[in-house]
Design a protein around this ligand. Sequence first.
Ligand SMILES: *[C@@H]1O[C@H](CO)[C@@H](O)[C@H](O)[C@H]1NC(C)=O
Ligand SMILES: *[C@@H]1O[C@H](CO)[C@@H](O)[C@H](O)[C@H]1NC(C)=O
Ligand SMILES: *[C@@H]1O[C@H](CO)[C@@H](O)[C@H](O)[C@H]1NC(C)=O
Length: 316
Amino acid sequence: MMINMNLFSILLMALMGVPGLVAKVQISWDGKVTAGFSTTFTCSSSCFPNCIYSWVLKGRTIKGSTLTWTPDGQENTVDLLCTVLTSETVVFSSAISVVEIKNRLSVQVSPTNTVPSFKQALDLVCHLAKSGDFQGPSNPIWFKDGQKVTPSDKMQLLQNNLTLHFDTPLPSDAGFYQCEASLQETRVLSLGYLLSFDPWNITISGPDIVFPGRLYEFKCLTSCTLNLDCTVKWQFKHFPTGTYFSVSGNVLKWIPSIPGTFQNFTCIAENEAAGRSAQNTKMVEVKGSPQSGSQAAQLGGLLTMIHSLGLLMLFD
Ligand SMILES: *[C@@H]1O[C@H](CO)[C@@H](O)[C@H](O)[C@H]1NC(C)=O
Ligand SMILES: *[C@@H]1O[C@H](CO)[C@@H](O)[C@H](O)[C@H]1NC(C)=O
Ligand SMILES: *[C@@H]1O[C@H](CO)[C@@H](O)[C@H](O)[C@H]1NC(C)=O
């Protein structure tokens, strides 16, 4: 049974002899939750006769109204559940929070924005962003595609193992690199870096010429792996006019409405942590008779657009 009510009603019902009550449960914490840094979560409620708190985090149950936790960088989000019950009865109430975890530890190519090539030596660095008063990462170990890296003649560990150095990179060195290092007391797994020696290529599939009133699909095709090595976003100087427009990841759908116009779609693939990005633009011409696109249709289109705007969209 779940009961949400304020303290006043609880007291009132207590006076009326109701056996046990729990008010709405709230989970709160200060600041951002960051891998390697501890955060104290507080669960609060009001109960009659008194509250008993417990948490569930990553399958573990922890008792008490506060929970102090240091994420280890293994996940981007966790579900945090707090359950409150009273000592008298089985009455309880719970709240769940989806906690987003930042990770300041990453693998970066050094110097930054170097495009890896077979012609020159390369350094990968286990890097802690905005370390401030905190000590930098220590005792790093390296992973390539999830396997621990063993140094060799061609690949050396430098600067207390914070740098992975390749004298002459080989095609077999391409892969997904992560470091795991101590930040204060916790071992933290970094964000990854995809080492590849070709610049990413991006193409946008779909027609170059479109007609009003028909549905067209454009797909951003990338040589990087979506949502692993890179994320994709669409960009356009002028919002596309039409009766329907939607963006979902690398797929853009559009029903154009105004003939005689041009629309440019730019797709950008990027990996912010690795400092890599690539983009491509497709110019699409809307052809057909001017009668086929009406003002009313455009207005309807605008509402659809607002409804379907994705997070990955960006206006220039
Ligand atoms: C660096 O890595 C090597 C081999 O993996 C290890 O033996 C050594 O103890 C590490 N040094 C530090 C400072 O972490
Ligand atoms: C990237 O370029 C290569 C060679 O030019 C080509 O074979 C491949 O299909 C391209 N990939 C994409 C996603 O455009
Ligand atoms: C679209 O891009 C081309 C170059 O790629 C540019 O010449 C043209 O002016 C752009 N059109 C619009 C409507 O932005």
